[in-house]
Design a protein around this ligand. Sequence first.
Ligand code: SAM
Length: 355
Amino acid sequence: MQLSQANVEYIFDYIEQLCGIALDDSKGYLIEARLNSLVKQHALSNAVELIDKAKSPLGESVRQSLVEAMTTRETFFFRDNSPFEALQFKALPELLDEKYKEKSNRIRIWSAAASTGQEACSIGIILHEMIPDLHRWDIQIIATDISEDALAKGRSGTYSKMEVDRGLPSQYVTKYFGVTKEGYKVVDSIHRMIRFQQLNLMHPFNFSYPFDIIFCRNVAIYFEKKVKIDLFRRMLPLLPKYGYMFVGVSESLFDCGPEFKPRYHCKSTFYQPHMPPPAPLGPVRGPAVAAPPIPAKPVAPVKPVASVKPTASAPIAPKPASAAAAPGFARTIPSTSSFATPATRVAPAPSTFSR
Ligand SMILES: C[S@@+](CC[C@H](N)C(=O)[O-])C[C@H]1O[C@@H](n2cnc3c(N)ncnc32)[C@H](O)[C@@H]1O
């Protein structure tokens, strides 16, 4: 049955609220086909009934199947290559220097919208390639996604021949994968580093520690501009001042404000937090001179970045006994952004992330 325009809008609005994905009429026929199979699966009579069920308090399974049907989980190892080169040859060497200075052996990386885990595995491979004394480091890669199907595959750590052939140099297949009867399984030393967790990027974050590096690639392309800007501005306070943010090669954060400082490496652009310089304290000596009046300036639409405050400790995993004695840093991250964020249609909801 053909959906009326009003019903199409009702469905699209709800999907955007649920997972941020903005649909337009050009996708109508595709969405209808996907929804029709869910209508059958949940023994309902039409797509509007499906959305009503998803909105009801007992609609969790319908909500999750909508998420699975609407998300595009396309990913592959070392996707786009250049961000991984920038990580390997620029960001990671700088980060390691910073860690030596801080006498910290702790690195936290977030692969947000990780899909089936190839991005997190690629990061794990780079860490292995670049850190010879890896066993002395306390490293975790948190791989999150809204799709339970994607996370289940990621947790298995096993990929088909076709999947490893997409993007993985053959020497890495030999070095970092074992052949099992299910396929190619990533080695334990990488698998153990990665924790897969469900997290909806539309919800407030509830992390109690900062990330040194965030990868959030090829997901905000599905969101409205204001939802994308809000997402990255909520992520920024999760980074220390030397932290790194990587986005997809077709994405940029130039519209997110001056707090995102672009850095370049070959063909890649990545971002670091840019803290505004502190306000000058005023003249220390000399006669008091009346300052000329300052012409009124329009108020900037964006507040300065809130700095993360040190707390006693926030360990998320015990350090191995062999780990370097350097204490890791710990900070508390505000659970929601302290930025003035543009209004979105997405109502805040509790994060599904648990540590
Ligand atoms: C195209 S994949 C990108 C995977 C990987 N980052 C990459 O670049 O190869 C997009 C992923 O975003 C996830 N996603 C979509 N909406 C999301 C949301 N609101 N919260 C968390 N993940 C979401 C999808 O489930 C999908 O796995």
